[in-house]
Design a protein around this ligand. Sequence first.
Ligand code: NAP
Length: 538
Amino acid sequence: MTATATPVRRVDALVVGAGLSGLYMLHRFRGLGLDTVVLEAGSDIGGTWFWNRYPGARCDVESMEYSYSFSPELEQEWDWTEKYPTQPEILRYIHHVADRFGLHDGVRLGTRVASAHFRDADGRWTVTTEAGDRYDTEQLVMATGCLSTSKGPDVPGVERFAGRTFHTAHWPHEPVDFTGRRVAVIGTGSSGIQAIPLIAEQAADLTVFQRTANFSMPARNAPLSDEAQAQRKQGYREHRKAARESGFGIPVPEATRSALEVDPEERRAQYESVWGRNLVGMLTSYTDSITDRAANDTAAEFVREKIREIVDDPETAETLCPRDHPFGTKRPCLDTGYYATFNRETVHLVDLKKTPLTEITERGVRTSEAEYAVDDIVFATGFDAMTGSLAAVDIRGRAGLPLTDKWADGPVSHLGLQVAGFPNLYTITGPGSPSVLSNMMVSIEQHVDFVADTVAHAHARGDTVVESTEEAEQGWTDHVREVGDYTLYPQANSWYMGSNVPGKPRVFMAYIGGVGAYRAHCDQLAADGYPGFAFSAP
Ligand code: NAP
């Protein structure tokens, strides 16, 4: 008997991922009249905000900035409740957007993409899901997110542990109760720093395993008053414009002086004035905060002083003080009571720099010095960032070249959006774009708009294939590296550099030229007829 081959569904555009990028891409493609399908691995839409449900999960960009700007009506009708939105509130917002713009029927849930192969013969892609379903598409958009392929602790024994284990990026949907339990948290990035204070409130005993001390600032979260909300809504257009033209996608006053030009009291007053205001104020206070180590040290020392003020035990305070990387070169965190949590008698800190993690045992966590017996382990160990979710799919371009081969020494791209030899493939907020160094919403909308406009331009010319040239890709990749090298970012062992994943090439993967400059460059390319892109109709 011969097996019947799965019928191939032919579409105009296939989008992978139904998070904030994928949903807006669907909306824009539909606006162009393209038959579009979004494939989503999760059992619901929401992307990052579907998966990351750990206690305390919230965005540390303000809700009224971390939201779509493409529809003034949407902007006016949705009310946020807090300065910084919680994960459940963002998920409700995403559902509201999908309902409002009729997007649900374009999404196939529970569908993980296994491979995507370009066909040289007719310039289209064959996309296959893990379940074996096949699609034939002209456009292929990877809207898979920068931080969606989680990673574990890279030590043996996790499967041996007899208690419960959790990863912040795959948190259960039902509430997790830590009452009366001995808990270990491994990892002190943004996820760990948000979860630790809340877990500490419940647990009988909490041990935090810290490999790298991180810089964290108080979120000073608060309910959003009706007046504040109404006021922002009134000036929303100008505020959005300022965000789009800014460096990080969050409007802040432009720095005019070096941190080393001002006397220490004035500098301290400046840092005090931005402390707890937002994620970027400390980094944007001076022109050289992120380019000059001595200037950066003034901000770093200010944060260390704050830590010493908050934490009662001097030894614990010193362990919590980051020293091995310049301020901001690993993603800084916003917290609610993180450092004060270490004043609780039931909370202990283990410095993995002094006593490295060696294994997970049946009873708990072992370091080079001791075994810590616990009931639960929370892995807040982060992600294979930026390239992980692209490498997880078998993507092959012209002549069957795997994307992972092309990127063996680190990602190369044109604008972080296209890869030469991979026609009609777009990576939203991909490596080489401002993405993770920006308010993601600002970058997502700009990317999606640029992709939609580029496709519309091609179709208007009668073309179906758009491909970045090797020269444009090389030029952009060199530019990303040069701008990165001008800053302190390459000095840190960060996930921006790929350093958190053993064996990953050490390359600064984000573009630090600023979202405003990046947008202006993209707009200019469009106005000039897309130099660096080749259009054709096979
Ligand atoms: P992360 O920043 O990569 O932090 C992972 C933590 O686990 C780090 O402290 C890391 O130490 C530690 N770790 C990893 N492997 C380890 C090992 N083998 N042994 C010991 N420690 C290990 O991950 P994340 O906290 O999930 O955050 C990732 C990014 O997601 C953030 O930077 C942010 O961009 C985003 N995020 C945003 C929010 C928000 O908006 N509020 C919340 C959560 C996450 P090292 O530093 O030494 O590698």
